[in-house]
Design a protein around this ligand. Structure first.
Ligand SMILES: *Cc1c(COP(=O)(O)O)cnc(C)c1O
Length: 364
């Protein structure tokens, strides 16, 4: 039997990791209530604040949860029943913020967007001076690959004095973002997307405005309580046993990104991978789905009669290449190709060769 070629992962999390990151995961997990680990965590916080371009006196916390844990932590620690919240809902992650608000009895209005379309000025207009206090957005709505105009949102929030929470789980380090310039209160992200580490850690960067809210609001949760994460973080610790290895992997990754030039050099690198893929794939009968694509992921529509989910399955089973299927009503018409993690233009080449092969076989 022929050996399968190495796995190649174009999903949108978990993504491919560099070899040195994988090597850390292969080591024994060290005990963490030590001065050495505290030092690592203090550096993690400092590096994350730098890469997010956070304003002075901001803090960052590292929670052992997936990205949704950070979304929920943001909602329960910085919003309460006195808030009135706007949520951009253009896909499954926007819907998740709505569900979290409902679950925690936070009054909210969803700005419903057609799947695959960007947020426009006209979508915000009805909500000017309308008594809202906060705004929730997934900077990249990963389910459609649409990148929202953070400048538009930022201006709207500044004008209306709204507390802005930016879920940048798939946008941090793929598309330019500055916590200072945006005026956002919180930027949150996860280990398994552009950071290129295994899933398990999510991070929140909190500005002084957010810290003020955290101090005032009772989260009602023990595990996701940001107050206790902040207090423990002052000495480089976490309230509970964290995913130690992933925090060591994140430490290595953040350090390497900073050494290579910081946020801009990393977003430039990801953009070049995304642009390379979009150019290479252009001759195939696939059309870009939606508009305003992020650099972290591109969604494609398959031609009439070709099941997108079937393409995903064949690539996985016969080529050991993983793209990202869509769900629900787009299951058979849309798939996504991620550009996050340890991918190269050679990897793009191998993917497009496999798609060429499917085309030749009459399957695409
Ligand atoms: C991946 C992702 C999340 C987090 O998903 P988890 O499965 O909980 O890690 C949240 N928001 C966005 C925009 C994402 O892309």
């Amino acid at each position: 039997m022929n050996a399968m070629p190495d796995m190649l992962n174009f999903a949108v999390g978990p993504v491919m990791s560099d070899d040195d990151i994988l090597a850390i995961g292969a080591e024994q997990v060290p005990y963490f209530r030590t001065a050495e680990f505290s030092e690592v965590m203090k550096e993690n916080e400092k590096m994350l604040l730098e890469l997010a371009d956070a304003p002075a006196d901001s803090r960052a916390v590292f929670l052992t949860t997936s990205g949704t844990g950070a979304m929920e932590a943001a909602v329960i620690n910085t919003l309460d029943t006195t808030d009135k919240v706007l949520v951009v809902n253009g896909g499954s992650f926007g819907q998740r913020f709505c569900d979290l608000c409902s679950l925690h009895s936070i009054e909210h209005t969803a700005i419903e967007l057609k799947f695959g379309t960007p947020l426009r000025h006209e979508d915000l207009e009805p909500y000017e001076n309308a008594g809202y206090t906060a705004f929730l957005v997934n900077m990249n709505e990963t389910s459609s690959g649409v990148l929202y105009d953070i400048e538009l949102i930022s201006q709207f929030c500044k004008r209306n004095n709204l507390f802005l929470i930016v879920d940048a789980v798939s946008a941090f380090l793929t598309d330019p973002f500055s916590l200072s310039a945006s005026g956002a209160g919180i930027m949150l992200t996860g280990s398994q997307k552009a950071l290129g580490c295994p899933p398990g850690i999510s991070m929140l960067v909190l500005t002084p405005d957010a810290l003020e809210r955290v101090k005032r609001i009772e989260s009602g949760s023990m595990y996701l309580d940001i107050k206790s994460a902040l207090t423990n973080g002052e000495r480089g610790q976490t309230p509970f046993t964290p995913a130690v290895s992933i925090l060591l992997q994140i430490h290595r990754r953040l350090k390497k990104i900073i050494e290579a030039g910081g946020q801009k050099s990393e977003t430039d690198r990801v953009r070049s991978i995304a642009e390379d893929l979009r150019t290479r794939i252009a001759h195939l009968p696939l059309t870009l789905f939606g508009s305003s694509p992020s650099h972290g992921v591109t969604a494609f529509q398959t031609p009439f009669g070709v099941s997108a989910h079937k393409i995903f399955e064949i690539l996985k089973d016969e080529y050991n290449i993983w793209i990202c299927p869509n769900g629900g009503q787009y299951k058979d018409t849309v798939f996504r190709i991620g550009h996050m993690g340890a991918l190269t233009t050679d990897d793009n080449k191998r993917l497009v060769e496999a798609l060429d092969d499917l085309h030749q076989r009459g399957l695409l």
